[in-house]
Design a protein around this ligand. Structure first.
Ligand code: TXA
Ligand code: MG
Length: 313
C-alpha cells in the first residue's frame, strides 16, 4: 500500500501520537472505527472541518457525526432527554449515532453540523478512535473516509484508493468489525425516528413508526430569516453585505479569497446576518469550483423561497 504523500501507520501508540499531532494542527486523518473508516478532524476548528468537505468533494455541506469519548463529553454538545440517555447507556461506546438538539454554546464549529439546530453524536467503540479522542482532548468530526458519492471504506486500502494523496495519514486497524455505517436515531422532539438502519437492531418497534428516512434528506438546513441576495458586488440600501475576496463587505467570508476559510465562516456569518439591524442580506460572488460548489449550494438554498429551502439532498 502506498501513495506519494500519504503515510499508513499500524494502530498503536506511535500512530495515535502522530494522528493527534496532525489533528491539533488542523489536518485530516483517516481512522478505523468499528463501523467504517472515518475521515477525522478537530470538530472545534472550522477550517479543519472545511477541509473534510474539500477532501471528500462534497457538493453540499452534509452535517457530520461528532465523535466523543462518552456521554459526559457528548452532553456538552447535545441535549440529552431520558430516552437519549437510555439509548446512550445501552449502546455506547458502539455503532449508534444520536441526533439531538444542539446545545446553545456547543464547543464545535457550526460547519460541523452544517449550521443546523441539531447535532449527530456518537461514542465509537474502536480503541484506536477512542485513544485519538483522548489524546486530542476534543471531539472529532468524522464522516466516512470516501470521496462523496462512493461506498464507505472498510479497509485502509479503500481509503487510499478513494482519497489517496488528499490526506497525510491513514491509521491502519485492518478491516472494520461491522463493515457498515452506524445506526442513526433522531431524538429531536416528537417520537424517536430511525434515520439510518445500521448494526444496532433497536428492538424498539414503537419508535420505528415514523418510518425510515434517508439521512440528510430530512435535515431542514439553516436558512437565515432575512431575504438574501446572491452575487452582490456592492450593498444596496438596507443590505448587510457578506464579502469575499475583492468585495470587502461589512464582513468577509475570506478577504484573501480562500475557500477553506470561507466555508469555515459561512454559517457563523449567516447567523450573524440575522442578528444585525439591516433588514436584508447580500453575499458577494463565490467562484463555483472546489469548495465553492458546496458554498454556492448552501447559499442558493439559503436564498430560496422558504419551503424550497428545506429540501436538501
Ligand atoms: O459509522 C458511522 O457513522 C461512520 C463512522 C466514521 O463513524 N460515519 C458516517 O458518517 O457514516 P457520514 O458523514 O458518512 O454519514 C453521516 C450521516 C449523513 O448522512 C448525515 O446526513 C447524517 O448522518 N447526519 C449528520 N448530522 C445530522 C443531523 N443533525 N440531522 C440529520 N442527519 C444528520
Ligand atoms: Mg458517508
Amino acid at each position: 500500500m502506498s501513495a506519494q504523500n500519504t503515510r499508513v501507520l499500524s494502530e498503536g501508540p506511535e500512530a495515535i501520537a502522530e494522528a493527534a499531532r496532525l489533528i491539533l494542527a488542523g489536518a485530516l486523518v483517516a481512522m478505523p472505527t468499528e463501523t467504517v473508516y472515518g475521515l477525522a478532524a478537530d470538530a472545534t476548528n472550522g477550517d479543519a472541518v472545511a477541509r473534510i468537505y474539500e477532501a471528500k468533494g462534497r457538493p453540499s455541506f452534509n452535517p457530520l457525526i461528532i465523535h466523543v469519548s462518552d456521554v459526559t463529553q457528548a452532553a456538552d454538545i447535545g441535549v440529552f432527554d431520558d430516552e437519549a440517555e437510555r439509548l446512550a447507556s445501552a449502546h455506547w461506546p458502539g455503532p449508534l449515532t444520536l441526533v439531538l438538539p444542539r446545545k446553545k454554546d456547543a464547543p464545535i464549529a457550526r460547519l460541523a453540523s452544517a449550521g443546523l439546530a441539531t447535532v449527530a453524536l456518537r461514542a465509537p467503540a474502536h480503541p484506536a478512535m477512542q485513544a485519538l479522542i483522548a489524546a486530542v482532548g476534543r471531539p472529532l468530526a468524522a464522516p466516512s473516509a470516501n470521496v462523496s458519492g462512493r461506498l464507505s471504506p472498510t479497509r485502509p486500502e479503500h481509503v487510499l484508493a478513494s482519497l489517496g494523496d488528499r490526506i497525510k495519514l491513514i491509521v491502519d486497524g485492518g478491516p472494520t468489525a461491522h463493515g457498515l455505517e452506524s445506526t442513526i436515531v433522531a431524538l429531536t422532539g416528537g417520537p424517536p425516528r430511525l434515520l439510518r438502519p445500521g448494526p444496532i437492531d433497536l428492538d424498539l418497534a414503537p419508535m420505528l413508526k415514523g418510518g425510515v428516512e434517508a439521512p440528510g434528506q430530512m435535515a431542514s438546513h439553516y436558512a437565515p430569516a432575512k431575504p438574501l441576495r446572491l452575487d452582490a458586488s456592492a450593498a444596496e440600501p438596507g443590505e448587510w453585505l457578506i464579502g469575499f475576496d475583492l468585495v470587502a463587505g461589512d464582513v468577509s467570508l475570506s478577504p484573501s479569497g480562500d475557500l477553506v476559510e470561507a466555508a469555515a465562516r459561512l454559517f457563523d456569518l449567516l447567523h450573524e446576518a440575522d442578528r444585525v439591524a439591516a433588514p436584508r442580506i447580500a453575499v458577494a460572488p463565490i467562484p463555483d469550483d472546489g469548495l465553492g460548489v458546496a458554498i454556492n449550494d448552501r447559499l442558493r438554498r439559503a436564498a430560496a423561497p422558504r419551503g424550497d429551502a428545506a429540501d436538501v439532498g
